[in-house]
Every structure is written in structure tokens, then in C-alpha cells.
Design a protein around this ligand. Structure first.
Ligand SMILES: *[C@@H]1O[C@H](CO)[C@@H](O)[C@H](O)[C@H]1NC(C)=O
Length: 293
């Protein structure tokens, strides 16, 4: 039997120790709530500030993509949205261009097979010679070798479009004065869409630097075309639209179709004449359906 007289003595001391515990838990909770609040307050204005209007090229969105492969020099690969109409993104340092040079590799594969470029006749759908396209070029087979396969896999990873929707790489060479007048990559004939359907997106990779000229120009891009940071370095031809300067290893992705699956006339683009040096590039056209090679 516990003597009754003791209870009032033990009671209050137990109560005070448990209220100290509750008080400390409250303080800790309050501390965490403050931290969460602080993070919330910091992140809200940050996200709302980084979405520019669709036509606002003055606040070009720049993002760094973290490398997952530390054994190679992927760390300086980052993306830059340059336009929403057409939808166009630059992948900086997309191809390895240093000790392991994927650009040189593609040029070496293509060099023995270069022929004068043709364009597709919009009436017959057949290839024809043209003055609007004065470069020379050749097609590589899809998955031609390990390097080609690895680049094609990377393109699929970055575009979220499967490898088998892509045509084989076309490698192009432009010498001084050579150009490609503005055109669409999508087809307006039945013949060319039988295999794979419409061309949906294009990945244009620059395999060389060009001293002057050779820019890719989008004359119908919406927005302030002179807001690009490299405006003063552009040739006169390139100043007629939103332009991208060729840089060895960079890739330009643009869409010939809008998200509602209709063709996008703002994707009109051309290759400005090379003024100094020469230009090597490689194109991957990606179809809406699997493309059989
Ligand atoms: C376009 O951008 C340039 C450079 O940022 C600026 O000087 C010019 O005022 C802009 N033009 C318009 C119409 O917003």
C-alpha cells in the first residue's frame, strides 16, 4: 500500500518534467516550421521569375544539366532555350570535342562520300539539284558504328524521341560562300512521308567552329531577335532573324511541329553563307513514327 500522504509530493514534480519535454518538442517543431517557411519563401519568387513570356527573348532561360558520367568531360554540357516560336534549344557541348573527338569522327566517316547536296522537289518529292543549297554532304547509316550509336542514343535521351524515329545522320560541308536558303524541314508531299510520317524535330550539330558567317537563322522567329547576347558577332544574313552561331560540339534542337501536331511555319530556317573558314555540320531528322532504314 502506498501511503496517501506521498502522492501530492511526487505528482507535481512528474507533471513539471513532462511539461518541460512537451515545451522542448514544441520549440523543435517551431524550429522546423521556420526552416520550411524560409525555404518556401525563398523558392516562391524564384520559380515565378524564371518563366519568361513566350515571345520574350530578352530573358533567355539558362540551365545547367548535371553530368551523370564523371569519367568523361560532360560536365560543361548545358542547355539554353533560345525561342518558343519556333521551339528551339541549344545543347552546349553536346558532342565530345576534345581528346575523344566525336565531331572529327563524324567528319572522317563522311569525307570519302561527300556529294553535292540536293533538295526535295515539293511537287514530285524526288531529290533535285538546287541553287538554294550549295553545300556538299552524305548520309551515314543509323547505328553505323559505336560512336554514331552513342550519339544517337544521346539524342534520344535529350529529345525524348526514340532512336528508331530518326533518319541516319546527314553530314554537311559548307565552304566560303556556300549556304542553304531558308526552308522548312517538314514535307508538303505524300511521297516523303510514307516512311516514318512527317518530320517532327531536327537536331543540328555543329562539327566545326566557323570564323565568320555560317549561322543558322530563323527568319520567322517571334520575339526580339536582337536580344541574343551574340547579336554583335552575327553576319548581315544572320541579323535577318533569330540566329545561332556555329560552335564545335554544340547541338541545336528545333521542332517543325507544334505540340498540337500541326506543322509550324515559324520553324523556317536557313544556313547563312560562310564568310571565313568552313563549316561542318550534321543533321538528325526525327519523324513522328518509326523510320525504316
Ligand atoms: C530588343 O533587345 C535589345 C537588346 O536587349 C534592346 O536594346 C531593344 O530595345 C529591344 N527592342 C525591343 C523592341 O524591345
Amino acid at each position: 500500500m502506498v501511503p496517501k500522504g506521498r502522492l501530492p509530493v511526487r505528482g507535481p514534480s512528474r507533471r513539471s518534467s513532462s511539461s518541460t519535454l512537451i515545451f522542448s518538442i514544441l520549440i523543435i517543431c517551431l524550429f522546423f516550421v521556420l526552416i520550411l517557411l524560409a525555404l518556401g519563401i525563398l523558392s516562391i519568387p524564384r520559380t515565378s521569375n524564371t518563366f519568361p513570356g513566350a515571345h520574350d527573348l530578352s530573358s533567355i532561360v539558362q540551365r545547367t544539366t548535371e553530368s551523370v558520367r564523371s569519367d568523361r568531360s560532360y560536365s560543361d554540357r548545358w542547355t539554353e532555350v533560345i525561342s518558343w516560336e519556333p521551339r528551339a534549344v541549344i545543347y552546349h557541348n553536346f558532342l565530345l570535342s576534345k581528346s575523344e573527338d566525336e565531331c572529327e569522327h563524324l567528319i572522317t566517316l563522311a569525307k570519302p562520300h561527300m556529294e553535292k547536296s540536293t533538295v526535295v522537289d515539293s511537287v514530285t518529292g524526288k531529290n533535285k539539284d538546287s541553287r538554294v543549297r550549295t553545300s556538299s554532304g552524305t548520309f551515314l547509316a543509323r547505328g553505323q558504328d559505336k560512336t554514331v550509336e552513342s550519339i544517337e542514343k544521346r539524342i534520344a535521351d535529350f529529345t525524348f524521341l526514340p532512336v528508331d524515329h530518326g533518319e541516319g545522320f546527314q553530314v554537311l560541308h559548307y565552304e566560303v560562300g556556300q549556304k542553304y536558303e531558308p526552308h522548312y524541314d517538314y514535307f508538303r508531299d505524300e511521297y516523303n512521308t510514307k516512311n516514318g510520317g512527317q518530320r517532327m524535330a531536327t537536331v543540328l550539330m555543329y562539327l566545326s567552329d566557323v570564323e565568320e558567317g555560317g549561322e543558322t537563322v530563323f527568319p520567322e522567329a517571334k520575339g526580339n531577335i536582337s536580344a541574343v547576347p551574340w547579336w554583335n558577332e552575327l553576319s548581315d544574313c544572320a541579323k535577318k532573324g533569330l540566329s545561332v552561331k556555329p560552335k564545335k560540339g554544340d547541338a541545336l534542337l528545333f521542332w517543325s511541329m507544334t505540340p498540337d501536331a500541326t506543322v509550324d511555319p515559324s520553324s523556317l530556317h536557313g544556313g547563312c553563307p560562310v564568310i571565313k573558314g568552313n563549316k561542318w555540320s550534321s543533321t538528325k531528322w526525327i519523324r513522328v513514327n518509326p523510320y525504316y532504314t
